[in-house]
Design a protein around this ligand. Structure first.
Ligand code: BGC
Length: 780
C-alpha cells in the first residue's frame, strides 16, 4: 500500500471505524483497522514492573521497588536504570505503551496509592519520573504519564472534585506534569478519574486542551483512566482522544448523527490514535534477562533504603553477631502494593530466606499476626528470643496499601506497636525495619537504636535488606516525603467527603508546610543518614546571573563504605507580595564516592525555579527582590545560606489583608471554608442534580428502588468496602449482567418513574441474561 498521509487515511475511514478507534478494543488494545494498515496499540500496567494481563491471569515479571522507594534515590541515573528495566519487560511482551509512571503529588500520607507516586515535591518527582521515562523509552516503548491531574486520594476517586486554588494547582499539582511533558514529550497522558475544580478531568477542556496542549505543547494522545469517562462526547470535544477500556459508543454515534459532535471534532481524536499506532508499528519483541533484572531490583532496593536512625553506629551488624530476627514480615514481606501496579512476582524472597542464603545464623520469632489482634503469647515468645540475642532485627509494617482505598489509619496496627514496645524493652540493641507504602506515625522509633525505612522493596527486598544490614551495600536513600510527628490540622478533612476535597492548605504541602509553620517533624524531607562519613568542603555559589545559579560543593568520603551524599538546594523568596513557603527545593544532586574519594557536586539551577505563579497575570513570574539560597543535607539543614538579589518588578498583588491566614502560618494553620473560598475565588458548591450515570451510589435517594439498589450492590461487604462502593458512580456498576440500558432504566426509576419502567427493566434483564450466556467476558 502506498504511504498515505493521515488526512488521506482519515478520509478513508467510515464513521464506525473512527468511533472504534477512539475507544479501546477490549481492555488493553486500541482497535486495528486492517484494511488501512492501522495496527492495534497494546498498553499495559504497570510502572513498577510489567503487569501484562492475558487470558487466565497476569504474566510473571520482576517486581521492582515501589516508586516511593525509587524516589529516595534522589538520583536520575538510578531512575533511568529503573525505567530501562520496565521498558525491557514491556518490550519482551510486545507491549507498546506502559501505563505509567504515576506522578501524582503525595498530599497526605494516607492516600492508598502513595507507594506508586514519587514525592510531595514537584521538582523531585518530575526529575525522577523524566529520567524513568527516558530509560523506558530508550527501549522503544512508549509511556503514558498518569493520572492527570490531582488524583491525590482514593476515597471517592471516581466522583470526587479536587478543589484547588490556581496557585497551588500550578506550582504543585500541575507543575510535576508540566515539567515532565516539556522535558520528555511522552507519547501519552492518562487523565484521572476525579473532577478538578468542578469538571471531570476526562472532559476538562481547560486541563486537556488549554493547559496540556496549548500552553505546554503536548503533542501526544490523552487516554482515560479505566472507566473514567462521564460524558464521552464532551470528552472528545475537550481533548480526550481515547476512552479506555472499550466503552459504549451509542452516545458518540447519536451525537455524530444529530450534529452535536462534528466529524472534524472526532477526527482530531482519530488522528492522534493513528499517530500513536504509527509510532509502534515496527516494534519487535526482545528477550529480557530476568536474572539481570532481579540483580537490579536488589541493588536499587538496598541503595534506596533510608537509614533514619543509627545510634552508637549499631548498623551495620556483623554476620557473627548473635542475631534475633523478629516480626512476621521477615517471613512474608510486604514488598509491593496492590491494585493495577501489582506485579505477578512469582519469585519473591524474604529476609529469612536471604539470611539463610547468606549463612547468617539467627533465631526467629513471629511477634504479631499481620491479620490478627493482640496476641500476648506471640509477644512473649518474641521477648524471650530478643533477650537471648545480642542484636535484634525487628521488622514491622502494615498490610499492603492499595489502589482504590486509602489507609484507615496513619499508625501501625496496635499489635505491632505492642511488639515494638516489648521487644525494645527486652533488648537495647534493636534495629527496626519498616515496610510501608508511605510515611506513617513513627513515634515508636525513639525506642530503638537504629531504624531503616524499606518502603516496598520489590521482589528482592529480603536480599536487599540483608545487604544493607550487614554493610555489603550502604543505605543511600533520602526521604522524598515529610515524616510528620503529627499530621497537619488541614489533614483532618482528608478522606471524609467523597463529593469534594478542598485543598485548603494551598501551596503548603509536606515540607512547604512544616518549614513555613516551623513545625517539628519526625524526619524531615530529604533526610537520611549514611554508613560512611563525608566531609563537605567550602560550599559556594560559583555563578549567578539572571538565568541561572550554580552551586558547588566539594565532598570527600572519609569513611569506610562506598556511599552517596545528596546535596539539596532550597530557596526562600523574601520579597514576594504573595504568600510563599519558607523553603522550596530548587536543585539537588547525588554523588557516590568510594572511601577517600573526593568529587565536587555541581548543581546548575535555572532561575525559573525561583518563580511563583502570578494568578492575576496567569503566568509564572520571577519577582524582583532578595532570595535566600540554602544548601544542606535535608530541608532542615541550613549549613550554608547566601542571599541572592534579582532586579525586576514586584507585580504580584498583595493580598495579605484578604488572605491573612495564608500569609502567617503556624502549626495551627487550618483555613476555614470561607478563608479558603476567598483564596479559591469561586464558589465550590454544586447545584443538586437529578440522579444520572455519575451520581454516587450513596446519593441516589431513599425510595424503595434506591434501597434495593444500594443493598444489592453492597451485599456481603465489610464496612470499608461498602463505604468505598457507596462512593462510586452508578456508571461503574455497568457489567455484562447489568447493561447501560438497564442502568438508564434504573435511573428513570430512581428519578421517580418506577412503575412504568418495571416491565422494561425486566425485559432488559432477560435480554441481557441471554446475551451474557453467548458472549465471552472482556472485563479488565
Ligand atoms: C488505574 C490506572 C491503571 C488502569 C489500568 C486504573 O484503575 O487507576 O492507574 O493504569 O486502571 O489498569
Amino acid at each position: 500500500m502506498a504511504k498515505q498521509t493521515d488526512d488521506n487515511l482519515i478520509a478513508l475511514l467510515t464513521p464506525q471505524e473512527k468511533i472504534a478507534l477512539t475507544t479501546g478494543s477490549g481492555s488493553w488494545n486500541t482497535a486495528p483497522i486492517d484494511k488501512l494498515g492501522i495496527n492495534s496499540v497494546t498498553v499495559s500496567d504497570g510502572p513498577l514492573g510489567l503487569r501484562k494481563m492475558v487470558e487466565g491471569g497476569t504474566l510473571p515479571a520482576v517486581a521492582l521497588p515501589s516508586a516511593a522507594k525509587l524516589a529516595c534515590s534522589f538520583d536520575m541515573e538510578t531512575a533511568r536504570k529503573y525505567g530501562v528495566a520496565v521498558g525491557e519487560q514491556a518490550r519482551a511482551e510486545n507491549v507498546d505503551v506502559i501505563l505509567g509512571p504515576a506522578v501524582n503529588i503525595k498530599r497526605d500520607p494516607r492516600c492508598g496509592r502513595n507507594f506508586e507516586y514519587f514525592s510531595e515535591d514537584p521538582l523531585l518527582a518530575a526529575s525522577l519520573a523524566s529520567a524513568y521515562i527516558e530509560g523506558a523509552t530508550s527501549q522503544g516503548v512508549g509511556v503514558c504519564v498518569k493520572h492527570f491531574a490531582a488524583n491525590n486520594q482514593e476515597y471517592g476517586r471516581l466522583v470526587c472534585d479536587s478543589i484547588i486554588d490556581e496557585r497551588a494547582l500550578r506550582e504543585i499539582y500541575l507543575s510535576v506534569f508540566e515539567r515532565i511533558i516539556k522535558q520528555t514529550n511522552p507519547c501519552a497522558v492518562m487523565c484521572s478519574y476525579n473532577k478538578l475544580n468542578g469538571e471531570y478531568c476526562s472532559q476538562n477542556k481547560w486541563l486537556l486542551n488549554d493547559v496540556l496542549r496549548t500552553e505546554w505543547g503536548f503533542k501526544g494522545l490523552v487516554m482515560s483512566d479505566w472507566g473514567a469517562t462521564d460524558d464521552r462526547v464532551k470528552g472528545i470535544k475537550s481533548g480526550l482522544d481515547l476512552e479506555m477500556p472499550q466503552g459504549d459508543v451509542t452516545d458518540v454515534e447519536k451525537a455524530l448523527e444529530d450534529g452535536s459532535l462534528e466529524a472534524a471534532e472526532l477526527d482530531v481524536a482519530v488522528r492522534r490514535v493513528i499517530d500513536l499506532s504509527k509510532q509502534f508499528k515496527s516494534m519487535s519483541a526482545r528477550s529480557v534477562d530476568f536474572d539481570k533484572q532481579r540483580d537490579l531490583a536488589r541493588k536499587l532496593s538496598s541503595e534506596c533504603t533510608v537509614l533514619v536512625k543509627n545510634n552508637c553506629g549499631l548498623l551495620p551488624l556483623n554476620k557473627s553477631d548473635k542475631i534475633a530476627v523478629i516480626g512476621a514480615l521477615a517471613e512474608a514481606p510486604v514488598y509491593q502494593g496492590y491494585g493495577s501496579s501489582k506485579v505477578n512476582a512469582d519469585n519473591h524472597d524474604s529476609l529469612l530466606a536471604a539470611l539463610k542464603q547468606a549463612n547468617v545464623s539467627f533465631t526467629y520469632a513471629q511477634a504479631y499476626d499481620v491479620d490478627g489482634d493482640n496476641d500476648d503469647e506471640l509477644v512473649a515468645e518474641a521477648v524471650a528470643v530478643a533477650q537471648h540475642a545480642d542484636k535484634v532485627i525487628l521488622i514491622v509494617g502494615d498490610k499492603p496499601d492499595t489502589e482504590g482505598q486509602d489507609r484507615d489509619s496513619w499508625s501501625l496496627p496496635s499489635n505491632q506497636l505492642k511488639a515494638i514496645d516489648a521487644v525494645t524493652s527486652a533488648n537495647s540493641d534493636v534495629v527496626i525495619v519498616l515496610q510501608c507504602g508511605s510515611s506513617i506515625d513513627s513515634s515508636f522509633s525513639h525506642a530503638a537504636k537504629a531504624m531503616l525505612i524499606d518502603y516496598y522493596g520489590g521482589e528482592c527486598s529480603g536480599q536487599a535488606l540483608c545487604d544493607v544490614i550487614f554493610g555489603d551495600t550502604a543505605p543511600q536513600g533520602r526521604l522524598a516525603e515529610t515524616w510528620y510527628l503529627n499530621l497537619p490540622k488541614t489533614a483532618d478533612d482528608f478522606g471524609k467527603d467523597y463529593h469534594r476535597a478542598l485543598y485548603k492548605e494551598s501551596i503548603y504541602v509536606g515540607y512547604r508546610y512544616t518549614s513555613t509553620a516551623n513545625v517539628d517533624v519526625a524526619f524531615p524531607f530529604g533526610y537520611g543518614l549514611s554508613y560512611s562519613e563525608f566531609k563537605w568542603g567550602a560550599i559556594a555559589i560559583t555563578h549567578r546571573d539572571k538565568t541561572k545559579i550554580t552551586v558547588t560543593v566539594p565532598i570527600t568520603n572519609v569513611g569506610k563504605f562506598v556511599d552517596s551524599e545528596v546535596v539539596q538546594v532550597y530557596a526562600t523568596n523574601c520579597d514576594c507580595n504573595s504568600f510563599v513557603e519558607r523553603k522550596k527545593l530548587i536543585g539537588f544532586a547525588r554523588i557516590t564516592l568510594k572511601p577517600k574519594e573526593k568529587k565536587t557536586a555541581t548543581i546548575v539551577i535555572p532561575t525559573s525555579e525561583l518563580e511563583h505563579y502570578n494568578v492575576g497575570q496567569g503566568k509564572f513570574v520571577l519577582n524582583g527582590g532578595r532570595y535566600i539560597i540554602t544548601v544542606g543535607k535535608n530541608v532542615e539543614d541550613n549549613r550554608f545560606t547566601d542571599e541572592y538579589a534579582i532586579s525586576g518588578d514586584n507585580n504580584t498583588e498583595d493580598m495579605s489583608n484578604e488572605l491573612a491566614c495564608y500569609y502567617n502560618i503556624d502549626r495551627d494553620f487550618c483555613p476555614s471554608d470561607e478563608q479558603f473560598a476567598a483564596l479559591y475565588g469561586k464558589s465550590f458548591e454544586e447545584a443538586p442534580q437529578a440522579v444520572n450515570v455519575s451520581t454516587p451510589l450513596n446519593d441516589i435517594g431513599n425510595n424503595l428502588v434506591a434501597k434495593i439498589v444500594k443493598a444489592r450492590l453492597t451485599r456481603n461487604m465489610d464496612n470499608k468496602s461498602a463505604k468505598y462502593t457507596l462512593a462510586m458512580p452508578l456508571r461503574s456498576f455497568v457489567s455484562a449482567t447489568f447493561t447501560r440500558e438497564m442502568l438508564f432504566t434504573v435511573i428513570d426509576m430512581l428519578n421517580g418513574a418506577v412503575f412504568k419502567n418495571l416491565w422494561k427493566l425486566f425485559k432488559q434483564y432477560l435480554a441481557c441474561k441471554k446475551a451474557a450466556k453467548q458472549q465471552p467476558k472482556t472485563g479488565k
